[in-house]
Design a protein around this ligand. Structure first.
Ligand code: FA5
Length: 354
């Protein structure tokens, strides 16, 4: 535009710019394209801006009219660009929504499951709750007092040698047996009481197919008036038949533990070899599963319970071994290995389960 611009020419030019910009905006496919259009028409060097700048040389009688038209066009282009940007965004959202096809079968990811020891422990907790027992917990870092002393096993007692202990200090140890919870429970709950306490135990053992240095036991303690061996045997039988859901052959033989009198060893016929003899059962055909007995009066006294009034029974189920028998696991090391390939062989971990 040179000389004094003609009003009609300017109107014509604005109208052309309007059509041109409207068409370009409608065809734009991205924010970047729209930004270029904004530069082309509205930036300092833009075409609409050029007309606004030229207003000074337009004759005063048409200047307001041309100015108003140019400003209107400026606003129109600005709004059209914003509108088109939100249309593009909306289209993108719609496309993404329809890109999801709900009819395509899902890709299933492998998920874990509870550890077999946890599964069986929970099962046992349910069984014992059904017989009126409460589940209690005890510390893995235990004192000499609760792990031995209060279980009628003083310092020089030879029975301590049967449980090769990890000592942490002169008085602290990693508990070797869940029996450590017996006196703790009596102190806390008094008599009568029925508790079970599942948990980890530690012994400095030579490891083989049936021995680990870290394994689980499930302790049970019932204290009441007139408790007899018959009650103990009934509870053991009920527990085993509910866990295995089939008959298992058991044998009861005398066993010695300083904290019970009389004491028993309850073994089950090895389910790995059907009693033929294998590494899991030490080739004996039997698996030591639940040592048990009638609570020694001294232990009741340590727990603050009067042995003249109350009696009780206790048992220390080898939970890890029970899991082995239940799932036919011949080597205890599999259970601590964390190897999902091994665990999945027993159908315990379903790689596809949720
Ligand atoms: C005890 O630990 C007694 N506290 C059990 C008890 C409780 C007796 C209440 C009387 C009254 P024992 O050392 O035998 O007993 O262990 C109990 C069970 O734990 C064993 O029968 C066995 O199944 C399991 N067990 C023991 N040592 C290991 C080990 N190293 N690895 C895996 N399981 C073990």
């Amino acid at each position: 535009m040179t000389g004094q611009p003609n009003g009609e020419d300017l109107k014509q030019k604005l109208s052309e710019l309007d059509q041109q910009a409207t068409a370009e905006i409608a065809e734009a496919k991205s924010d970047a394209e729209l930004d270029q259009i904004r530069v082309k028409y509205l930036s300092k060097k833009g075409e609409v801006t050029a007309i606004l700048r030229s207003l000074g040389s337009v004759s005063p009688d048409i200047r307001p009219q041309i100015g108003a038209l140019a400003n209107d066009l400026r606003n129109k282009i600005e709004e059209a660009i914003e509108r088109r940007k939100s249309e593009i965004l909306q289209q993108k959202i719609e496309m993404e929504r329809y890109a999801f096809d709900p009819t395509v079968p899902p890709t299933r990811t492998a998920t874990g499951s509870l550890h077999p020891i946890t599964i069986v422990s929970r099962e046992l907790e349910d069984i014992f709750r059904g017989m009126g027992f409460t589940v209690v917990d005890g510390p893995e870092l235990e004192t000499d007092y609760y792990n031995f002393e209060a279980l009628n096993t003083p310092k020089e007692h030879p029975a301590r040698d049967m449980q090769d202990t990890y000592w942490v200090s002169d008085i602290l140890l990693l508990r070797t047996q869940t029996s450590a919870c017996q006196v703790r429970a009596m102190e806390k709950l008094g008599a009568p009481l029925r508790i079970i306490t599942p948990g980890r135990c530690f012994r400095n053992e030579d490891i083989d197919a049936s021995h680990e240095n870290t394994f689980f036991q499930l302790e049970g303690l019932l204290v009441d008036r007139d408790v007899s061996i018959a009650n103990l045997i009934y509870v053991m039988k009920t527990m085993l038949s509910e866990v295995f859901k089939s008959d298992v052959t058991v044998r009861l033989r005398p066993g010695y533990f300083p904290f019970v009198e009389p004491g028993f060893e309850l073994d089950i016929k090895c389910l790995i070899c059907s009693g033929e003899g294998c590494p899991t059962c030490g080739r004996s055909g039997w698996v030591e599963l639940v040592p048990c007995g009638m609570v020694h009066p001294n232990v009741l006294r340590y727990g603050g319970v009067d042995p003249e009034e109350f009696s009780g029974f206790a048992f220390g189920l080898g939970l890890t071994r029970l899991v082995m028998m239940k799932y036919g696991i011949s080597d205890i090391r599999v259970l601590n290995s964390g190897d999902l390939r091994s665990l999945s062989q027993f159908g315990i971990i379903d790689a596809q389960s949720s």
